[in-house]
Write a protein of this length. Structure first.
Lengths: 214, 250
């Protein structure tokens, strides 16, 4: 049963919602963005608990899914010579058959991403905390980094395209009226989250380019 | 009359290596069922003194769940809600090439050619897919009140014929749709509710022990199921599992 995979997956989805809400503040300039970071990082006594909890949820999700993938591989030792997708009403998509690939990509991406923004050289923000705005501007001034981020956001979108609604199904949530809405909502959130992060990365890059020209 | 090229999986025994072998089927009538077409091919092979192609069939009217062929990559072939015995050759065109393979799963070892051993399903049912309490003699009609929609859902789940197409179609060779149909059918009804906790636990444990995979919620199983059993049953099975985990005594 995939109860822990579903629960941890939904927890990570919830974290992504908070993450993108915070990141969107970048559009309001360095003061708003850095003050938000200051409140979240410095003024927040629960930060260590949240960070450790998030790490545990993440590791549990990776461990359980990789183990499940290996067990599932063993369930069909001889593969079909010819295999086709069965079509409607199947929900099978490119996204659903590549969950392990998108997941492992995200594992690598998150290691790089956390190293870049959580464990890296820091600029001080005069009003307190870190100047994360400057750090984001500088990190995303490199077109290769921006390209890698945009590509990784497509992977996030793909993972969520199947993952959100699948997590609910894995937890036994199913109803003739709710399920079609959940399937659609999962895809809408996937596009919104992936698209949102992509817009931020590209905007920061263009913003930088604009500043360089001036 | 049609002329077809068949690529059929031939495997002498469970341990032997198998391979696709090409056959030509001449004079195939569009009115033939897929299995009748294979019968004709087999008659030709027998006349030539060759080993006939082994495949399973019994009722040939779509209700027993014995036939089990993956036709051109789809379990039970291209028609929705149909067993392969009810697939007819009018679905194909003259000159087509048709690939025929057995169900493929670790838990369904090939016995010979296209015949697989599905006794793993029997062992899952033996683990808990039954009612062992004494429910007495046949009740008078309407003495056990059941809501109409509940009895309909239970009946729809009971339509599972245990053919194993769900396992064959699933990328993880999961038996979840089969198990969930049996569990839904029994747990929705008053007589079946009594043993619901131990049933769901025992059946899921047995499926894991047999080497079936887990559910990726893709629903290929539902799309090939000859009885069109929906994956909402799998969600119901999960809820039964939660209930057993938190409040069950088993």
């Amino acid at each position: 049963m995939k109860i822990l995979i579903g629960v941890t997956g939904l927890a990570l989805f919830a974290y992504l919602l908070i993450h993108i809400a915070g990141n969107l503040l970048v559009f309001f300039g360095p003061v708003v963005f850095n003050n938000y970071a200051f409140v979240m990082e410095v003024k927040n006594p629960l930060l260590p608990i949240i960070e450790i909890g998030l790490l545990l949820v993440f590791l549990l999700h990776v461990y359980k899914t990789v183990r499940m993938f290996l067990v599932n591989q063993r369930a069909r030792p001889v593969r079909y010579v010819k295999k086709k997708w069965a079509g409607t009403p199947s929900r099978k998509t490119i996204a659903s058959v590549t969950m392990i690939v998108s997941g492992l990509w995200l594992l690598a991406f998150i290691i790089i991403h956390v190293k870049a923004f959580r464990f890296s050289a820091e600029y001080e923000w005069p009003a307190g905390g870190r100047d994360l705005y400057r750090q984001e501007m500088e990190t995303l001034s490199n077109p290769l980094v921006v390209g890698f981020y945009v590509l990784s956001m497509i992977v996030v979108g793909s993972h969520l395209w199947h993952g959100i609604s699948s997590a609910f199904q894995s937890l036994g949530v199913d109803h003739p009226r709710v399920t079609p809405a959940l399937l659609t909502a999962g895809k809408v959130f996937a596009v919104a989250i992936a698209g949102g992060f992509m817009v931020i990365a590209v905007w920061v890059y263009l913003h930088q380019a604009g500043r360089v020209r001036v | 009359m049609m002329r077809l090229t068949l690529k059929i999986w031939r495997q002498a025994s469970t341990t032997a290596a198998g391979r696709l072998v090409d056959y030509t089927a001449d004079r195939v009538s569009p009115d033939m069922s897929f299995l009748e077409m294979l019968d004709v091919v087999n008659e030709g092979l027998i006349k030539k003194g060759e080993d006939a192609i082994a495949f399973d069939s019994d009722c040939r009217e779509g209700i027993c769940g014995t036939c089990s062929l993956v036709v051109n990559g789809i379990a039970h072939g291209p028609d929705r809600g149909t067993t392969v015995c009810q697939l007819h050759m009018r679905r194909f065109k003259d000159g087509d090439t048709i690939t025929v393979e057995p169900w493929r799963a670790k838990a369904f070892p090939v016995v010979k050619d296209l015949v697989v051993d599905r006794s793993a399903f029997d062992r899952i049912v033996t683990a808990g897919g039954y009612i062992s309490i004494n429910v007495g003699g046949a009740q008078d009609g309407n003495t056990i009140p059941i809501a109409k929609d509940v009895v309909e859902t239970a009946m729809d789940s009971a339509a599972c014929i245990g053919c194993g197409a769900c396992v064959a179609a699933c990328k993880n060779a999961s038996a979840h749709l089969f198990m969930s149909a049996k569990i839904s059918h029994l747990s929705l009804l008053p007589q079946g509710k009594i043993e619901r906790h131990r049933r769901v636990m025992a059946m899921i444990n047995q499926a894991d022990a047999e080497g079936f995979g887990s559910c990726s919620n893709e629903g290929e199983c539902e799309a090939v199921c000859p009885k069109e059993i929906p994956i909402s049953n799998i969600a119901r099975m999960t809820r039964e599992y939660f209930r057993a985990m938190f409040v069950g005594e088993y």
